[in-house]
Design a protein around this ligand. Structure first.
Ligand code: FE
Length: 231
């Protein structure tokens, strides 16, 4: 078997969110798809360890915000590499709450849909929630971010709790003989000097050693001391 075949399955990038009373939580998901059109049903796979899983179980509803290609890594990191158990991920960002109580983000979102859970499948580490669409809205025009774009262009990585995590995966940046890459030991983000950190004005061809002192991991916010040189 060659697990690399799995990199060729196409996905998008979304924030799945739900609530437990007044407490909100959301997370990055790529495993979202429409199942039927009459009525519209949508499936999403969520890790049982995640707080969003607990909230969807409790509220029986979820929302999906569809992310734009130009979503910064820091925004994805806020929802993808941090747990809602450690802090409110919606604090300090623009969002609205739908009729179901589920929140949707207002920035970097093409639009959203809301669904009521009508079925679920126990898949071991994950639950596949199947929901009937109860609301939807387009907020902006733009290109939706694909999972491939996130990896290839944004140089994003995948947390171990994601359904599509592949062991040994650590970014796909091409080798650069002149300047070394550095890997974040917290989230596995790889700083590639050939790319820089364009979201924060770091030009391509900036060595890791040349990054400003206050520079932090664009995905998880770890400081430079938590990076190790790639072999
Ligand atoms: Fe990081």
């Amino acid at each position: 078997m060659d697990p690399n075949i799995l990199h060729n399955i196409g996905y998008g990038m979304y924030i799945a969110a739900s609530h437990k009373g007044d407490v909100l939580n959301g997370q990055i998901v790529n495993t979202v798809f429409q199942i039927t059109s009459e009525p519209v049903t949508i499936a999403v796979s969520i890790n049982k360890k995640n707080l969003t899983h607990e909230f969807i179980e409790s509220s029986s509803c979820f929302s999906l915000s569809i992310l734009l290609e130009d979503t910064p890594l820091s925004f994805i990191g806020r929802f993808g590499f941090k747990s809602g158990r450690e802090g409110n991920k919606f604090k300090g960002i623009k969002f609205e709450r739908l009729a179901s109580g589920c929140p949707v983000v207002s920035d970097y979102s093409i639009g959203y849909l809301e669904a009521k859970v009508v079925n679920k499948v126990d898949c071991g580490t994950h639950t596949l929630f199947i929901g009937e669409m109860t609301d939807s809205k387009i907020l902006k025009t733009g290109r939706p971010m694909t999972y491939d774009y996130y990896h290839q262009v944004k140089r994003g990585t995948t947390p171990k709790t994601a359904p599509t995590f592949i062991k040994g995966e650590e970014g796909t940046a091409a080798k650069d003989a002149r300047m070394k890459k550095y890997r974040c030991t917290v989230c596995n983000y790889i700083y590639d000097p050939a790319i820089g950190d364009p979201d924060r004005g770091i030009q391509p061809d900036t060595a890791f050693e040349g990054l400003p002192e206050g520079w932090v991991c664009p995905v998880c916010g770890a400081d430079k001391s938590q990076f190790t040189k790639e072999p």
